[in-house]
Design a protein around this ligand. Structure first.
Ligand code: ATP
Ligand code: MG
Length: 451
């Protein structure tokens, strides 16, 4: 059931190495879920792993010798091999003060966070090594701390967030005592480095059931630590176009959005500005004045604080900026092309915009069938217009800057940008005009008028 090239490593390390697959790979193999990497553990000391693997002609990188970790390249894939180890005292709520190498496998498994992550599988096959009942918890779809959750969360404040992440990723429940320990350890969780928090939040959002993860964060108090701005969404009522309050709608949009980072983060943050802009009109309806710009501000500051990548921030902000646009059959083609232009200016592909818009529409919980159908019609039209590859930016004009300068007999200057903008508006209304001859005629006419 494991990966055949691992046997080659096992042979290289020799008898007595006790080479086992550990952690996420075991869990995911048992769940028949794809996994990105194989993590291995061995009784051998890191130097011996390096020497023996090299002697067998394998490429080896000493990644983290002080933690007992060596990376071996097997068929171009990096595989981490870590010496069985136990962790010393955790004094800072983040990292053990020391690690002890050369313990036995059970002790190595005991330092791991959850029972489903604390199993080992011999590389050559054979019985699962499962001292903490991980297999039963997998079957019961349960996230349970190894040992006393209060102690384990007190050691490393990231673990409570990981519990929520695995619940979301796998659609599992968090076991009662494990869940109860989370609010009691918030002060430890507060100390965790933001990069580790972001990684876990990102995995949570990309999971099978991100709404479950977010609900757990909200209920356990973890949301106060890292996403406090989102709390006012809970219970914030909306108007008759919505069935749900802002928070429930957000969780629904998360459910319908494809599991990609940009779309899921946008789903989480797209209405963050609503609570702060809510007023109730004389008709008793809720109104949200310009909530998109408030949502953009909040999303930008949250993603910056979490040190999200520039590319992710850019995509999320573009999705939020354009999510409230709802083309109707009455829209003229030119208006649709102007929407395509705005998306292009923000580097947002039409299909990403569409995927998010559809999730947002479905997440309203009203007339879903009709909304999906209407969305389909909108997309047929936009895709047909986009397929004609209309000019959407000044770069697409049939006359470039040099040609325009030659026509006008002038060097570059602000006038040129103004002229290009004017021409672009013209061809957005009438793309047929975008030929060198027609544009030359038009420009000459304008120049004549000016003189
Ligand atoms: P993923 O599929 O996201 O990689 P994973 O279970 O492999 O999930 P990793 O973060 O790669 O998670 O960690 C590998 C293993 O190391 C885990 O399965 C777990 O046994 C152990 N581990 C990771 N982080 C912690 C932690 N903070 N505390 C205790 N054990 C941990
Ligand atoms: Mg892993």
């Amino acid at each position: 059931m494991t990966w055949p090239p691992l046997l080659r490593l096992k042979e290289a390390l020799g008898p007595g190495a006790e080479l086992v697959v550990v952690g996420g790979a075991v869990r995911d193999e048992l769940l028949a879920r794809p996994h990105a990497d194989w993590d291995l553990a061995t009784r051998l000391m890191p130097q011996a792993v390096m020497d023996r693997a090299r002697a067998a002609g394998l490429k080896v990188i000493p990644t983290g010798l002080q933690h007992g970790t060596v990376t071996v390249i097997l068929e171009d894939r990096p595989v981490e091999v870590t010496t069985f180890r136990s962790d010393g005292a955790y004094l800072d709520g983040r990292h053990p003060e020391s690690v002890r190498l050369g313990v036995d496998l059970t002790e190595d498994l005991a330092r791991r966070d959850f029972t489903i992550n604390a199993m080992a599988l011999p590389v050559e096959g054979g019985d699962l090594i499962d001292p903490f009942g991980g297999r039963a918890d997998l079957a019961a779809r349960t996230i349970r701390a190894v040992g006393d959750p209060l102690l384990r969360f007190g050691e490393d404040g990231l673990r409570p967030l990981r519990a929520c992440r695995f619940a979301a990723q796998l659609g599992f429940e968090v076991e009662g005592k494990t869940l109860e320990a989370i609010p009691k350890c918030l002060e430890v969780s507060r100390k965790v480095a933001v990069e580790r928090v972001f990684t876990e939040l990102d995995k949570l959002l990309r999971g099978l059931d991100p709404g479950r993860g977010m609900r757990l964060l909200a209920e356990s108090g973890l949301m106060d630590l890292w996403l406090a701005e989102l709390i006012p969404m809970i219970g914030c009522g909306q108007n008759r176009h919505h069935r749900y309050d802002v928070w429930t709608h957000t969780l629904e949009v998360l459910r319908f959005a494809p599991a990609e980072p940009g779309l899921r983060w946008a789903a989480l943050l797209h209405d963050a500005g609503k609570p702060g802009t809510r007023t109730v009109g004389p008709d008793g309806e809720a109104h949200f004045y310009d909530h998109e710009s408030k949502s953009l501000d909040l999303a930008a500051s949250i993603l910056e604080r979490l040190k999200a990548s520039h590319a992710l921030r850019k995509e999320v902000l573009a999705l939020i900026r354009h999510h409230g646009v709802h083309p109707t059959p009455e829209w003229k083609d030119a208006a649709c092309r102007r929407l395509l232009r705005r998306l292009a200016e923000d580097g947002l592909p039409l299909e990403r915009w569409a995927a998010f818009r559809l999730a947002d529409q479905r997440g309203k919980g009203l007339d879903e069938g009709a909304r999906v159908e209407e969305h389909g019609r909108v997309m047929v039209r936009l895709e047909a217009l986009a397929a004609a590859a209309p000019p959407l930016s000044v770069r697409d004009l049939a006359l470039d800057g040099a040609a325009l300068m030659a026509l006008a007999g002038r060097g570059g200057g602000p006038w040129l940008g103004e002229l290009q903008k004017r021409l672009l508006e013209l061809v957005l209304d009438a793309p047929d005009l975008n030929t060198a001859e027609r544009l030359s005629e038009i420009v000459k006419e304008w120049l004549k008028q000016r003189d």
